[in-house]
Design a protein around this ligand. Structure first.
Ligand code: 2RA
Length: 348
C-alpha cells in the first residue's frame, strides 16, 4: 500500500522542488496533493509527467494523509503543524519555526537519522519533524564523517548564499537588476535585499541580533549543535552573492585529534551524500553551477590549516533548494519508511 503525501506550499520554489524530487525518486506514493493558500487555488503545478491543481490548505482533510511536507513559512507552520499532526499525519517542516523546540527533532538523515528510531517508538511524539536551514544541512553532512574520526572542536564558516535562498522575490531581484545594468539603467533599490545584489555581495542575511551576528549566522551555530554535537563551537559569516541557485561555504575546522588532508579526503569520499571533487589544478573543484540539480553535497579544496593544531580547510557546495530544503525533507520521509512507518489504512 502506497503513502499519501500532502505538499504544503506547493507553488513556491521549494514546494515545486519537493514535487520534482518525489517524482524523480519514485517516492512510494499512491496520492500526492499540492496545497497552497486560497489565492493559488487551481494553479497548475508539474509532478513528473502529471499536472496537479493546487488545492486550498484551509479546506483540506488531512485525516488520511501519511506525510505533510511543509514549505510555507513560519506562521503557517506554527498554526498548521500541530493541526495536521493531530489529524495523524507526520509533518516535515522546512520553516525555522519548529527547529529549536526541544521536543521536535531536527534531522539530516546522513547525520542524525538514527534519532528517528526513538521518535517513531514514542507514543507521545509531537508528530512534527523539522528540516534545517539550507546552509546548515550541507555543512553538517560534510562535518559528520570528520567529527566521527577526529572530534571537531571549532568550526569557522563563511557562506556564499545564492538568491534562491531568499525565495522567488530574491531570484527576480537579481534578474531585474542584472538586466537593468546591461541596458544602462540604474538598478534602483530592490525590495528583498538591503543593497544592490547584481554584481555585488552583501554580508547580511536575515535580521541582526544583539551580539552583532545575523539570525542566519546564529541558525548555523544553533542547528549544527543540535544536529551534530552541542560541544562544537561555531562562528559563521553569512553572505548573499549574485548566484541564482547553489550555496557555497569556506569551512575551517579545528580538531581535537590529528587528521591529515588525505585522511579527510578519504573519509569524505566514503561518506553518504558527498561527492569529493578535489584536484589541485584550475577547475579541479566544485562551484554552484555543477551542484545545481544534484543530490550530493560537493567537497573541494581539502587542505591542512597549519595555523592551528589539527586544522583542515575545505570548500563545500550544494543545491540549496535540494539538499538544503526539498531533498532533505523527502530523505526524512524515506528514512521513516525504512524504519517501519507504515501507510495508514484508508477508509473503505
Ligand atoms: C537563505 N538560508 O539562503 C536562507 C533560506 N532558508 O536566505
Amino acid at each position: 500500500m502506497g503513502y499519501r503525501v500532502a505538499v504544503v506550499g506547493a507553488t513556491g520554489n521549494v514546494g515545486r522542488e519537493v514535487l520534482n524530487i518525489l517524482a524523480e525518486r519514485k517516492f512510494p506514493a499512491d496520492e500526492v496533493y499540492a496545497l497552497a493558500s486560497s489565492k493559488s487555488i487551481g494553479r497548475e503545478i508539474s509532478f513528473g509527467d502529471k499536472i496537479l491543481k493546487a488545492r486550498d490548505l484551509q479546506h483540506f482533510d488531512f485525516s488520511e494523509v501519511d506525510f505533510a511536507i511543509m514549505s510555507a513559512g513560519g506562521s503557517i507552520a506554527k498554526e498548521w503543524g500541530p493541526r495536521i499532526a493531530a489529524a495523524g499525519a507526520i509533518v516535515i517542516d522546512n520553516s525555522s519555526y519548529w527547529r529549536y523546540h526541544s521536543d521536535v527533532p531536527l534531522i539530516v538523515p546522513e547525520v542524525n537519522g538514527h534519532q528517528l528510531d526513538r521518535w517513531l517508538a514514542d507514543a507521545n511524539r509531537t508528530g512534527i519533524i523539522a528540516n534545517p536551514n539550507c546552509s546548515t544541512a550541507q555543512l553538517v553532512v560534510a562535518l559528520k564523517p570528520l567529527h566521527d574520526a577526529a572530534t571537531i572542536k571549532r568550526v569557522v564558516v563563511s557562506t556564499y548564499q545564492s538568491v534562491s535562498g531568499a525565495g522567488k522575490e530574491g531570484v527576480d531581484e537579481l534578474w531585474n537588476q542584472t538586466k537593468g545594468i546591461f541596458v544602462n539603467d540604474s538598478p534602483g533599490p530592490g525590495n528583498k535585499f538591503p543593497k544592490q545584489i547584481a554584481f555585488n555581495v552583501i554580508p547580511h542575511i536575515d535580521v541582526f541580533m544583539e551580539d552583532g551576528y545575523t539570525k542566519e549566522e546564529w541558525k548555523v551555530l544553533a542547528e549544527t549543535k543540535k544536529i551534530l554535537d552541542p560541544k562544537i563551537k561555531v562562528s559563521c559569516t553569512a553572505v548573499r552573492v549574485p548566484v541564482f541557485v547553489g550555496h557555497s561555504e569556506a569551512v575551517n575546522i579545528e580538531f581535537a585529534d590529528p587528521i591529515s588532508a588525505d585522511e579527510a579526503r578519504d573519509l569524505l569520499r566514503e561518506a553518504p551524500g558527498i561527492s569529493v571533487l578535489d584536484k589541485r589544478e584550475p577547475g579541479g573543484y566544485a562551484t554552484p553551477v555543477e551542484a545545481v540539480g544534484e543530490y550530493d553535497t560537493y567537497v573541494s579544496r581539502i587542505r591542512e590549516d597549519t595555523t592551528v593544531e589539527n586544522g583542515i580547510a575545505m570548500w563545500v557546495v550544494s543545491d540549496n533548494l535540494r539538499k538544503g530544503a526539498a531533498l532533505n525533507t523527502i530523505q526524512i520521509a524515506e528514512t521513516l519508511i525504512e524504519k517501519g512507518y507504515a501507510a495508514r489504512k484508508k477508509a473503505a
